[in-house]
Design a protein around this ligand. Sequence first.
Ligand SMILES: Cc1cc2nc3c(=O)[nH]c(=O)nc-3n(C[C@H](O)[C@H](O)[C@H](O)COP(=O)(O)OP(=O)(O)OC[C@H]3O[C@@H](n4cnc5c(N)ncnc54)[C@H](O)[C@@H]3O)c2cc1C
Length: 457
Amino acid sequence: MLRVAVIGGGPSGSCAAEVLAKAGISTWIFERKLDNAKPCGGAIPLCMVEEFELPESILDRKVRNMKMISPSNKEVDIRLDPLGYDNDAYIGMCRREVFDSFLRNRSAELGATLVNALVQKIDTGTNRQGPYTLHYADYSNGGPTGEMKTLEVDLIIGADGANSRVAKAMDAGDYNVAIAFQERIKLPAEEMTYYEDLAEMYVGTDVSPDFYAWVFPKFDHVAVGTGTMQQNQSLIKGLQKGIRERARKRLFKGEVIKVEAHPIPEHPRPRRVVGRMALVGDAAGYVTKSSGEGIYFAAKSGRMCAEAIVEISANGSCIPTEKQIKSTYLKRWDRKYGATYAVLDILQKIFYRNDAAREAFVEMCDDRDVQKLTFDSYLYKRVVMMNPWQQVKLTLRTVASLLRGQALAPSNYGSVPSAVGRSDGDFLAEEASQAIKSKASEDPASNSEERSKVTSS
Ligand SMILES: Cc1cc2nc3c(=O)[nH]c(=O)nc-3n(C[C@H](O)[C@H](O)[C@H](O)COP(=O)(O)OP(=O)(O)OC[C@H]3O[C@@H](n4cnc5c(N)ncnc54)[C@H](O)[C@@H]3O)c2cc1C
């Protein structure tokens, strides 16, 4: 019987382990930290709720209004209701500590053996063809250092995120990583009401030279963050200051309860399958450009990889070859999503180029066809065919917006108006006595490991 180890208990690992366990294959899922709060905005598309049978109880908020804010603070509201979706359409907002533990526990309930351990070393056998011996520190007994153990398996799924050890063991090659920084800011109830079902996306050189910044609502706080590509990593703290400054009047009386940062892969690794080791999710490099979306693609790649393994191993009765894994999992993945990644890469290059292009981008988001196209592909992961007239209109609008963007680009930035309608005078008077406070440094849950990474970069 085939023995499979899934390294990493995030969405990619849990969704892989679940499929393998359901098929009756001997499956171990390794997670180093069972209460891990992966630094993440936590936005998921609606289709994921149904496709992965997620209970609504693990969602903090249902966002029905996405506010796009241009460099000159021009605001465009994209409301999902008037776009004509049949059912209640929303973007799900979750806290990863809740989301990940639900999926991980479900895979264990379905028969995967959940091991609370850090995999430290992998012996990969002759020519990396296995069998594979994992050396891991088992924390099941609660000690700080763990008990060293080994396990031999026939196949490994590397679902261990952007700093993947499996990728190193299999010599998958490097990828560029963007850096994302996020503060969780708790707001008083009256300020939080504004973010009830609303999320904000800010663009501008002040918040990111090549990405966007966000304010995403969670249960009792907002996640405020930004990201930038590898070559601009040293700017990240200044960019976070930028988003704080721009959203300052809406984050009034906020208290920083957690500071987090983490790398985001910019593109897939050169090799995603070597021997009987396959990478999924962030370990493989499946985050989209422009939107920075990775949760759905992590879960989906874990599932697709595991389904391919179940199929080619005839439910675990034989050991698949490297060639078989490549010609099922990788081929199907690239066929299904290759175009999506390519298109989002191009859009990022066009619209996040400079502030004039960003003005044009936000202006275009005011168009109903653009909104429908964007949200159909994000919420439902489906390709929308446009009729020729819509295509012509969209092309002309893009060109016109880009040209007009040159005139609209701002020379400096200001903060957006207060969410609760205070005048500038009231705001300044109140702010003088109450700036955003921080208790993140005293917060034991705060991700100090990741913070120090950013500090040193
Ligand atoms: C600040 C930020 C904001 C983001 N916002 C969004 C968003 O709003 N929406 C979205 O779709 N995507 C977002 N992303 C991207 C998203 O977080 C990732 O794409 C997603 O988490 C990838 O899932 P994964 O399972 O592949 O890896 P991860 O979620 O990174 O999970 C890997 C798991 O492996 C464990 N692990 C690692 N090494 C070992 C080891 N050696 N032994 C045992 N366990 C190990 C880790 O503890 C972790 O639990 C964001 C990313 C960042 C950094």
